[in-house]
Design a protein around this ligand. Sequence first.
Ligand SMILES: [Zn+2]
Length: 833
Amino acid sequence: MSTSPNPYRLARDVVPSAYRIFLTPDLEAATFAGRVEIDVDVNASVTALVLNALDVTLGAAVLVADGATWRSGPAVLDHTYETATFAFDEALPQGPATVTIEYTGVLNDLLVGFYRSTFTDEHDVTHTIATTQFEHSDARRAFPCFDEPSFKATFQVNLTVPAHLKAYSNSPETSRTDLGGGLAAVSFAPTMKMSTYLVAFVVGEFEESTTIDVDGTPLRVIFPPGKAHLAALALECGEFSLRFFSSYFDIPYPGDKLDMIAIPDFAFGAMENLGLVTYRETALLVGGPNASIAEQQRVGEVVSHELAHMWFGDLVTMEWWEGIWLNEAFATFCAALCNDAFRPEWKTWTGVGVFRDTALQVDGLHSTRAIEYEVVSPEETRGMFDVLTYEKGGSVLRMLELYLGAEVYRDGIRVYLKRHSYANTVTTDLWDALEEVSGQPVRDLMNTWIRQGGHPLVSLEGGLISQQPFAYGVARGTSAIGTSWLTPVFTRSLDGGPPSRHLLGDTPLKVVDASPVVLNAGGWGVFRSRYGTHEMAALAGRLDELDELERATLMADSWAALLAGHVTWAEFLTLAQGLGQQDEPSTWTSVATAVSFVNRVLDEDRRAAFSRVVSDLFGPQFARLGWRAREGESELTPQLRSLVIGVLGTIGRDESIRAHAATLFEANTMDGDLARTILRVVADQHRPGDYETFLERREHAVTPQEEQRYLWSLSDFPDEAIALDAAAKCFGTFRNQDGAIVLGLLTTNRVSGRAVWEYLTTRWDEAVEKFPPSTLSRLAAGLPTFITDDVFADTVEKFHTEHSLGGEQRMIEQQVERMRVGLAFAEAVRPQI
Ligand SMILES: [Zn+2]
């Protein structure tokens, strides 16, 4: 095979086996000089070498084979395919050879490739860090390479750095030599055979936690100076996860050591570089009496997600980018499995149910997508980093696990990982391993979930279960929602007995459980449920007998049905009123979302009346929960307290709650679990001077989470001048990693969001240039809230159609469709209130 049919992929005429990378970053000048030596096998007669390279200035390639040397002409760069071609005067000898290329580059501010991050210390001195982010296709910005996941090789990294700085890479340091003149040369051991996107190196001022020996693997947490007190949870979770996954996969950790490092500027949550996992600060560093459970859960979730990748992703890697969904979905599933064991009180699987619902909210749109789709250009990969990959994909795997049985599923995973270690796979390799172990039709079943978009609405009526595609509205054009699924469905009777297991296809199935019957027993099925009138009536009075996730799923499905126009507001409200006194944030989340949506579509007079409905619904919860934690309450009760106070303090217009929130804010004594809500309720009151205090406290925040709470809460001021001021600060004052996120949040404000969106359109090109590409879709976060003005909606749609974000445009189209669904909902629900 001499050429690949996909023009974005390199030919396999020349295949790398080992890289030696030499880099000298100049942190002051934000540049770097590099040299790469690549051991290759030349497998065909070629007169040119083609590698990936982007935004680097390259010298000629020098190839040495059998003691003879070949020197190429100047590199010819191709910007479309991001390649560099080095032509030689004659055919290169076949067999092993070493290619050497010298080059220079710039430490960019886009948070991709080899980039610059900064932090300011307590003496207001700014320090610069040089760090990397290569997934999915940005190693080529740091060194010319065969930048595809299937070109696995070993990597030996050498860094020349200012002698007072730390340097880290994937493997342990093997030597550090003082070069004089304030410079040191640091070398690292060669890595295992792996993909280019997993290579990492970081240079800067850092401190390290103590090193824990985890059954032979040294584990540390690394952070900018002064943050040691925030590293304990990550270290504990890292240790737990390493042991958990070594045992679950029945394969030892594949790296030599494991460092987890917090980077002040980071576009994603974290990145699974083998042995050197990089994190956004809020995803690694947390602590103090002020940390909320949600913030701790976030650290637990991200740490175990990344460590699952050390096996699933790093040891066994997708062949090409369309397989990235499985990589991410599986790590999401694994993180929940691990955290459920790490902190049972977090009720991780219930939380996953809430996240699944966020995915189904997108998956019920005609502009959804199949979980796996053909990826031609690496650019198209960007569209895969969304809720459909992580949350829907992870939930589909959970559904499969419970359908096959946890042990059978685990054994299939073990077969898959052992069979493909140090190699690459396609999705069906996993189905084949699971099918082999389980004897079940895994490939056929999963194809209906992976290769088409959407999910079914499963109905229970007249003793039969049946399914049809679920959609929020009528398609305006083509629809990506599929037609037919093989759906694992469990049902159970509230009067006892084990759940019944079904594999539902196009033919309705008979349910034998005695009434009342819970459809989606256990709450892990990836579908919406609908009950017939009789079935619903039998169930409605006994909601307290459902499991928590069953109840949360029922409410989420009811909210979806309301939004889709399948049930009325009165029907939804009746169900919510039957929820009783469970301390379940997961269940009440859907009610709060529904209430917030309805509140948006009402005019001022009716909003005042609606606030009384809201008070009647949430008031009894507050009467029970109060402001302070009670002795013996569950770990998650504070999250419900927070949710209830947030609703009553804003939509419910509860003056005493608003006043008490202001008192706590002024005294700056906010409990971690309530802090974000208190800020929301305070901002909503729009009192003079508070905005300035928010900015002030953000700047001097003592934890990354505190900084984030103030930053996110800027969007809660119902005032255009304030919102526009905050929006302008996204283009300079705030960190680049947060700019698009804060702008998006600002557009969601009921009062000021529209003005911010209009402002954003005037600086759109600048935003697209400036913010990390992976965060750009966040700019459209407010679209689903523009549901009161058809003319404005037309303007919004037109603008976003004319300003495509390329790989992420599908996410924008989804937000546009959500806006249309919301407009239809607004029209339908307004007369019902
Ligand atoms: Zn991941």
